[in-house]
Design a protein around this ligand. Structure first.
Ligand code: XMP
Length: 542
């Protein structure tokens, strides 16, 4: 295994991710663990190497951390990254100074290929024959004097010591960030360290993560009860499946149906979690409540606030029933003791987005934006087993847990659901029409295979859905005139949902979808295709 000591950088989890991608098991622990802890951790001989992460602090600020001295005494390879390099230099007798010029962004680093870490790794060669690396730098301080025993491994003009190595002790350090994709050879470098220098074997797979996570959840929770808000989305589903695997009936899921879900979605969630996984799920049908409060409201922000607020209220009510000493709830004939934990499907990008990397140095950690503040309000402890994983890792985990790939690879669906896909006032009649039209669109996207790639158009798009426009247009059906509603199809391709292009769906597919919707959904007589990119349009219409 590899130990990553976290000094508080926002990208520490990316290091862990890269190690997992190399199929090596790793753990992230805070940098202020004690010497005894480190020695104990290494005792069984399974520790093959240590990585010291970056930080946003400076080595010479009073408040900053050092690596436990034991790190340098165990005889295992150590890699320092950014701040990790500086503290390594400082602790081993070198010198670090406040950089005169702050480097932030791309830099070309001259890589001295004589070390085991960088040998034959280069992006290009200068006319003088120097191997160069394109890297991502972000630092103010820099190492100005090598510690005894170290030699220079990399340099830039403004940072003459951008990498250093003591190959006898197998200590390596780089000032740049190999864990980010901007550092082109970063993966090669980390692979080289973890597999080559540390000599780990690449046999870790996501399935192994289940056993580790299950063990951790069991230890954390003991014999207490956990509640979880199940939405049917990927993150809460995978969290539920994982926690259920760990503690079975000690988990109760609360599934709030706000009446703005997709066709049969509620039943599918129940089939999966109750029917197949045999989990305890309380389904709360709150559609009348939601639709009632939404009546007469057409302003998008107001609609969002109403839906978000009600969701929290309903969840709190249900949770309160399950909470507290001696409180009892009935689910499927089984009695639930008082719950003391709230589980959430928070994943690592949510943690970063809300400004709190998992680190003692990080700013206040906010809870998941969908149910922000709930644990405090409910007085429950927070269980977040996906907190360190990235979206694609969560999906992989979901499949390994036996969730169907169609569920795990589903397009994202907004919390307010169809509430933001029915323009203006939300009515049950509109939601029913929209659900049926949308199901046809999605079914055809799944049916149509692109010959060039062999993939379905559902997989070739990042998000696709139907929008209900509460306007009527004239049409003709048979010999009769119709005067019915309009829907718009929306399909986009994007990598991060911050910007998006509308998808160039094949005409044959659009034709099939429009024909089916108009013929099968009485009440809709016109289908349009949205050809707006984001920006300036957004993906959702409201
Ligand atoms: P926009 O419309 O802002 O959407 O381009 C970007 C992505 O965010 C999703 N989205 C939401 N997801 N709660 C969510 O969980 C929300 O309130 C919400 N609003 C938009 C949207 O579906 C798209 O994937």
């Amino acid at each position: 295994k590899i130990l990553i000591l976290d000094f508080g950088s926002q990208v520490t989890q990316l290091i862990a991710r890269r190690v997992r991608e190399a199929h090596v098991y790793c753990e992230v622990h805070p940098c202020d663990v004690t010497d005894e802890w480190v020695r104990d951790y290494a005792k069984d001989g399974s520790l093959k190497g240590i990585i010291l992460s970056g930080s946003h602090a400076s080595v010479y600020e009073d408040t900053t951390d050092k690596a436990p001295e034991a790190v340098f005494q165990l005889g295992v390879p150590v890699l320092g990254i950014c701040y990790g390099m500086q503290t390594m230099a400082h602790q081993l007798g070198g010198k670090v100074e406040g950089g005169h010029k702050r480097e932030f962004g791309f830099a070309a680093v001259r890589a001295r290929g004589h070390t085991a870490l960088l040998k034959d790794i280069a992006d290009f060669t200068t006319p003088e024959g120097h191997g160069m690396l394109n890297v991502w730098m972000s630092h103010g301080d820099k190492v100005t004097e090598l510690p005894p025993g170290f030699k220079l491994m990399a340099s830039t003009e403004s940072c003459p010591i951008a990498g250093m190595a003591d190959e006898d002790r197998r200590f390596y350090a780089v000032q740049f960030h190999p864990e980010v994709t901007h550092t082109v050879q970063g993966r090669a470098l980390l692979d080289r360290f973890v597999l080559g220098i540390c000599g780990t074997s690449p046999d870790w797979v996501m399935r192994d993560h289940i056993a580790e996570a299950v063990e951790q959840i069991r230890q954390q929770v003991g014999d207490e009860e956990v509640i979880l808000g199940l939405s049917g989305g990927v993150d809460s589903s995978v969290a539920a499946a994982l926690i259920h695997r760990a503690i079975g009936d000690q988990l109760t899921c609360v599934f709030v149906d706000h009446g703005l879900l997709r066709l049969n979605e509620g039943d599918m969630v129940m089939d999966m979690f109750v029917g197949k996984l045999h989990a305890k799920v309380i389904r709360v049908d709150a559609s009348d409540l939601f639709l009632g409060k939404l009546a007469g409201v057409s302003e998008p922000e107001q609609k969002r606030k109403i839906i978000g607020g009600l969701f929290v209220d309903v969840f709190k009510q249900e949770a309160a029933k399950l909470k507290g000493d001696g409180a009892k709830g009935e689910t499927g004939g089984r009695t639930v003791k008082g719950a003391t934990w709230l589980a959430q499907g928070t994943i690592y990008p949510d943690v970063i987005e809300s400004g709190g990397a998992k680190s003692k140095k990080a700013v206040t950690i906010k809870s998941h934006h969908n149910v922000g503040g709930l644990p405090e309000q409910l007085g429950l402890k927070l269980l977040e087993p996906l907190r360190d994983l990235f979206k694609d890792e969560v999906r992989e985990l979901g499949v390994a847990l036996g969730l169907p790939p169609e569920m795990v690879y589903r397009h994202p669906f907004p919390g307010p659901g169809l509430g933001v896909r029915i323009l203006g006032e939300v009515k049950k009649e509109y939601a029913d029409l929209l659900r049926r039209a949308d199901a046809i669109f999605i079914e055809e996207l799944r049916n149509h295979v692109d010959e060039a790639t062999g993939k379905t158009w559902y997989d070739l798009t990042s998000q696709a859905f139907t929008v209900f426009l509460p306007v009527k247009s004239v049409g003709v059906m048979g010999d009769g005139r119709t005067y019915d509603y309009v829907v718009a199809l929306r399909a986009v391709q994007t990598s991060d949902f911050m910007t998006a292009d509308w998808a160039e769906l094949p005409y044959a597919l659009l034709k099939k979808v429009s024909g089916r919707i108009i013929n099968e959904v009485r009440g809709i007589n016109r289908v349009t295709y949205d050809v707006s990119s984001k920006p300036p349009a957004t993906i959702e219409w409201e």
